[in-house]
Design a protein around this ligand. Structure first.
Ligand code: HEM
Length: 470
């Protein structure tokens, strides 16, 4: 008890002080020139902590930065059509990438002018640009037009698939409990893994009930909206991508020096790590919330009712089986299966491969760092998944396009390929496609990669001009 108390005091008193992000002695130097996030080494890595670290680093106080302007959005937070969370959480930070990625139409840009306060006097930390005649803005303009003619039914089909997957999970969980069957529990676990991934389709948008489906996995849509939407999606594979930091030190994807034990063992413990992923993540998050509640850790971690949503299924299962011990074992088993499924399908997917860019590798020269081009440099898509909407929805398919247009339903992305391919050809941008199996192998190779790539991604054919910058 005494020991635990001292560990807590250790955290509270910041004996592990936040590191100065500009300190030259940081363990890793971003090849993109990005600041080492102050709270990156904080022992409990959650969305709440990341956003508080970003506020400390960006330090725009009561304002929000977009491109080179500072805006006071406080009067707009509660009327933001996308929901108040996004703006509440990001006050004091640079939201350029978030603003650009989440609005396809021009309304938000016009509205923004109302809130202008002054010009920023410092350069942005992220090196990306959004020039009007660059790759991203050109594709976005064309997609805006194309969306008028794209059918709406694939989005409805995604809703149906997602609802069926959740139903499948709950029904199988009940049947597993009623029959004490681990076979049925295995199926329930697979349903849980797939509905978790499918629910990701909904967390990028305005508030909707399907984003809550993610919480059946013991993870939280609120946490994901920061770890995944505001960190990973906006700065993928950089030092500021929390989805990389959160898996360290068990999975070290950035190309840096790795210990000989890590290099020997990393391959072998992956399956165990995947299996316990949901449970350990949940316990870690809940402990942090508790510690914050009793004032023992410095960084805000509020508790919400939906943090307990996953337990509803446990209670329902208990209704069908009088032994709580049996039900609990089956329930935990389902989570091990779901975690394994999620690990194989999601942790492996799309962003870890020696053939794509990870921070530390030689970057593109600044004029080529159009945000959309950068996104494609960090994605590896799967050709065998791309053909079927259900697979796209349940395994992070059509990932390059999803990164460019995260608020669009996964079922609509396939209609954007003609525009996308034409512009990739025109600008010389490139999206890698492999099979799922090849991507899995690449993931393991990346886990062990210690050397940064010395050559930047293939140069663009067409560079945007400077004069049209917003
Ligand atoms: C952290 C920054 C922001 C994020 C993450 C964000 C996110 C979103 C999301 C998810 C939607 C709903 C899109 C959909 O479901 O299709 C939305 C809509 C909207 N947002 Fe934001 N937003 C941000 C900042 C702003 C700002 C600064 C403004 C303007 C001052 C703004 C104005 C609007 C408007 C007018 C809409 C509705 C129209 C549209 O979707 O184009 N947002 N936003």
């Amino acid at each position: 008890m005494n020991f635990i108390f001292h560990v807590l005091l250790f955290l509270k008193s910041n004996v592990m002080p936040p590191k100065d992000g500009n300190d030259e002695n940081q363990p890793f130097k971003s090849s993109l020139g990005m600041r080492y996030p102050t709270l990156r080494e904080y022992p409990i890595k959650t969305g709440d902590v990341w956003i508080q670290g970003k506020k400390m680093d960006d330090d725009y106080r009561d304002l929000w930065r977009i491109h080179d302007g500072l805006y006071d959005l406080s009067s707009f937070v509660n009327s933001h059509p996308g929901g108040s969370d996004w703006l509440e959480w990001t006050q004091g930070t640079d939201i350029t990438e978030a603003f650009e990625a989440h609005h396809i139409y021009t309304g938000p840009e016009k509205l923004l002018q109302k809130f202008f306060v002054k010009k920023a006097t410092t350069p942005r930390d992220a090196p990306f640009h959004f020039k009007e005649d660059g790759f991203y803005k050109t594709v976005k303009r064309e997609v805006r037009e194309a969306l008028k003619d794209i059918p709406k039914w694939p989005a409805i089909l995604s809703n149906i698939y997602t609802d069926l997957l959740l139903t499948g999970y709950i029904v199988c969980a009940i049947l597993a409990a009623a029959n004490n069957s681990y076979w049925i529990a295995t199926l329930a676990g697979v349903f849980l893994g797939t509905v978790t991934i499918a629910s990701h389709n909904y967390i990028h948008r305005r508030a909707n009930f399907r984003m809550y489906y993610l919480n059946f996995s013991m993870m939280s849509w609120r946490d994901w909206r920061i770890t995944h939407v505001l960190s990973h999606h906006l700065y993928p594979n950089t030092i500021n991508d929390l989805e990389l930091a959160v898996l360290e030190p068990m999975c070290q994807y950035l190309p840096w020096a790795k210990s000989k034990w890590y290099l020997k063992l990393a391959w072998w413990y992956q399956p165990i790590f995947y299996a316990i992923f949901f449970i350990v993540g949940h316990v870690k998050g809940m402990v942090h919330k508790l510690l914050w509640k009793i004032g023992l850790v410095p960084y805000k971690a509020p508790l919400y009712w939906d943090d307990f949503l996953a337990y509803v299924v446990l209670l329902v299962m208990y209704w069908f089986n009088s032994s709580f011990q049996n039900v609990l074992l089956i329930y935990l088993y389902m989570f091990l299966v779901a975690g394994s499924h999620f690990g194989i399908t999601a942790i492996n997917a799309a962003h870890r491969d020696p053939d794509i860019f990870l921070d530390g590798d030689a970057p593109r020269p600044l004029p080529e760092l159009d945000w959309g081009v950068y996104q494609l440099d960090t994605v590896i898509d799967r050709s065998d998944v791309s053909k079927f909407q259900l697979l796209v929805l349940t395994s992070f398919g059509d990932h390059g396009l999803h990164h460019l247009f995260p608020t669009l339903d996964h079922g609509l992305l396939k209609y954007l390929y003609p525009i996308f391919n034409r512009n990739c050809e025109k600008f010389g941008a490139n999206l890698l496609f492999r099979t799922h199996w090849e991507v899995m192998k690449g993931h393991f190779a990346q886990l062990l990669r210690t050397e940064p790539k010395p050559t930047p991604p293939k140069p663009l054919k067409l560079l945007p001009t400077d004069k049209k910058e917003e």
